[in-house]
Design a protein around this ligand. Structure first.
Ligand SMILES: NC(=O)c1ccc[n+]([C@@H]2O[C@H](COP(=O)([O-])OP(=O)(O)OC[C@H]3O[C@@H](n4cnc5c(N)ncnc54)[C@H](O)[C@@H]3O)[C@@H](O)[C@H]2O)c1
Length: 340
């Protein structure tokens, strides 16, 4: 069965290619224009899996370029759609860029899926769709509050678009996965998060600071209504997230004909503060991190963590890695990248 992974050179896409490659019977192609990644990721994937992945370096917002992938692969059966821009702060500064990139690419893929009769679709969503929620942990039935950023809105609108598409196409089967905070790197240290610009997520900021790429880092806000005043998030290992995609794809295939639109939270269910993440890093690395307290960042919610029992019950998903393993693998990857 041939599966298109969009954003296959990206952080979660590349880890998902590795996990899906372990399952017999799947052929994988990718579409990634390297707006936030590099082609080298595919050589790294080959080192781990022995597989050469064909990538189409197209911008998926370009309908004709996207269409070519479908024409050249008439046997395509499903799509795992990762490709999107994901920096909350950048989306606040440039909402049009985010709406255009994240929504036009999805519209194109859904249009082409309908034309080419592709029936399996997995969408990368985010816990950001819950907004600044007070009622924790959040489950899939928790009512959504206003999204705090244009990025969050693109995820919410994407979910809605897919839900409506499923209603009008009963043969189309989609799963929306709402990730909490994917961190860490492949156990081999061969691939991991590779921010092209200055990273916006906490863990690569920590590892880049420890590696000396950034002189110091800022903790954005210590006046949040949380136990130590810093933001609380639900960190989950990227390979655990990747495995959830394999399970979701198998669920879609096996359950063909049942509920054709489902949403799953993917988090560990533990709220961890920024200062606690820093402490875990300092423990595993034996280093003292150079950080300062800075102002809040636009678009950040106070605290969020997941009730992921639905994914456990229905998909059989259980995130295994703990915080120290997440930080250890992220640091191992950073050391490979920085030649330390
Ligand atoms: N990493 C996180 O913390 C996180 C959390 C929640 C949701 N998500 C979502 O998961 C998905 C994957 O995230 P990631 O962390 O792997 O990001 P990433 O930036 O590492 O990967 C995304 C990939 O998509 C590609 N891409 C973006 N726009 C494209 C376009 N128009 N055409 C072709 N390729 C394009 C980029 O080059 C990149 O390689 C995204 O949809 C993101 O919004 C990520």
């Amino acid at each position: 069965m041939k599966i298109l992974i969009t954003g296959g050179a990206g952080y979660i896409g590349s880890h998902t290619i590795i996990e899906l490659s372990k399952i017999p019977g799947f052929e994988i192609i990718s579409a990634d224009n390297f707006i936030n990644s590099t082609p080298e990721t595919f050589s790294r994937i080959k080192k781990i899996t022995g597989r050469e992945i064909k990538n189409y370096p197209v911008d998926l917002t370009d309908f004709n370029a996207a269409k070519l992938i479908f024409s050249e692969n008439p046997d395509l059966a499903g799509i795992i759609h990762f490709a999107a821009l994901k920096a909350v702060g950048e989306s606040v500064k440039n909402p049009v860029l985010y709406f255009r990139n994240n929504l036009n690419s999805l519209v194109n893929l859904l249009g082409l899926s309908s034309e080419k009769k592709i029936n399996y679709f997995i969408f990368s969503s985010s816990c950001t769709v819950y907004g600044n929620i007070r009622n924790l942990p959040v489950s899939e039935t928790t009512p959504l509050l206003k999204t705090e950023s244009p990025y969050g809105f693109t995820k919410l609108a994407g979910e809605r678009l897919i839900e409506d598409f499923c209603l009008s196409n009963p043969l189309f089967n989609a799963i929306v996965l709402r990730y909490f905070n994917p961190v860490g790197a492949h156990i081999s240290g061969t691939i991991g998060e590779l921010p092209i610009n200055a990273p916006n997520n906490l863990v690569p900021i920590i590892t880049q600071t420890a590696a000396g790429i950034q002189k110091k880092m800022f903790v954005h806000g210590t006046d949040y209504p949380t136990r130590d005043g810093t933001c609380i998030r639900d960190y989950v290992h990227v390979s655990d997230i990747a495995k959830a995609h394999v399970l979701a794809l198998q669920h879609l295939i096996e359950n063909n004909g049942n509920a054709n639109f489902e949403i799953f939270n993917l988090g560990k269910g533990l709220g961890v503060s920024v200062l606690e993440v820093i402490a875990a890093f300092e423990k595993i690395s034996g280093m003292k991190l150079n950080y300062e307290i800075g102002p809040r960042r636009a678009g950040d919610v106070d605290a969020i963590y997941s009730d992921s029992s639905k994914a456990e019950k229905i998909l059989g998903w259980k995130p295994l890695a703990g915080l120290e393993e997440m930080m250890g693998s992220a640091w191992k990857w950073q050391k490979v990248l920085s030649g330390i």
